[in-house]
Design a protein around this ligand. Structure first.
Ligand SMILES: NC(=O)c1ccc[n+]([C@@H]2O[C@H](COP(=O)([O-])OP(=O)(O)OC[C@H]3O[C@@H](n4cnc5c(N)ncnc54)[C@H](O)[C@@H]3O)[C@@H](O)[C@H]2O)c1
Length: 249
């Protein structure tokens, strides 16, 4: 528990499980009021309830990041329930594991819609509210795969590479509004997403990571607390890589 985000209101997408759920918990523990959005409503409701049962401020709402109307409703909920919006965390994402020749157009479109267009729509809906609040912080979840190449992740890499640069573009555009925009680039994190990759990939990633393990979701959350807080008041347009040393090699 702490007060690093005291008085701040945050909206976090993909908060029903994995890193998003950990971010929501850590943000609330640091004094933020948190709106959790996801498409997994039962799970998300449970995460928000577990946080609010501890006397912390959290509410869940259905948020499909590919839908403008859902974003507008989530931003409106933050302002109605907690009075404003200071922080947007674009965390929702889906994995894509296929090479160029294996990937289907349908799956490519899906990955781009959630991971890339979802980030665009989230920023578009939140920026007017952040302006009304007098400024704020946007944190977009990229990946080490948004910075360096990997085999067989063509749509995922396209989406995450875009997120890294979309964050820089928005950082430059909205600096004058007091809105900081950064991306976070996790390495291998132990979440349900990685279960999809199977034990062979897990073994490869553990071996290839200098710290020889995956991160607990909360280890990524500490970085997001920093970027959301006033401690990062001079930090915009950059990437925070939290990867156990993976891309230092
Ligand atoms: N796990 C890793 O190793 C890793 C590494 C780098 C980056 N990332 C990124 O971190 C973010 C969080 O992933 P995670 O590891 O917690 O995975 P996860 O699968 O556990 O969580 C992702 C969440 O996003 C939600 N989601 C999916 N589609 C959505 C949509 N259309 N609208 C709203 N929510 C939606 C899911 O329901 C889920 O709750 C993602 O952007 C992911 O790409 C993950």
């Amino acid at each position: 528990m702490g007060d690093r985000l005291s008085g701040k209101v945050a909206l976090i997408s993909g908060a029903a499980r994995g890193q998003g759920a950990a971010h929501a918990e850590r943000f609330a523990e640091e004094g933020a009021s948190v709106v959790l959005g996801d498409v997994r409503d039962e799970l998300g409701e449970g995460v928000a309830k577990a946080i609010s049962d501890r006397g912390l401020a959290a509410v869940y709402t259905h948020l499909d990041v590919t839908r403008t109307a859902d974003w507008q409703a989530a931003v409106a909920l933050a302002e109605e329930r907690f009075g404003k919006l200071d922080v947007l965390v674009n965390n929702a994402g889906i994995l894509g594991m296929a090479s160029v020749t294996e990937e289907t157009e349908e799956h490519w479109d899906k990955v781009i819609a959630v991971n890339q267009t979802g980030v665009f729509l989230g920023m578009k809906a939140a920026i007017p509210a952040l302006r009304r609040a007098g400024g704020g912080s946007i944190i977009n979840t990229s990946s080490i795969w948004g910075m360096v190449g990997a085999e067989d992740y063509i749509s995922y890499q396209a989406s995450k590479g875009a997120v890294t640069l979309m964050s820089k573009s928005a950082a430059l555009t909205y600096a004058g509004d007091g809105i900081r925009v950064n991306s976070v680039c996790p390495g291998w994190v132990l979440t349900p997403m990685n279960d999809e990759e199977g034990p062979e990939v897990a073994e490869f990633l553990a071996e290839a990571t200098p710290l020889k393990r995956g991160a607990q979701p909360g280890e990524i959350s500490h970085g997001l607390v920093y970027l959301a807080s006033d401690e990062a008041s001079f930090v915009t347009g950059t990437e925070l890589v939290i990867d156990g040393g993976f891309i230092a090699q």
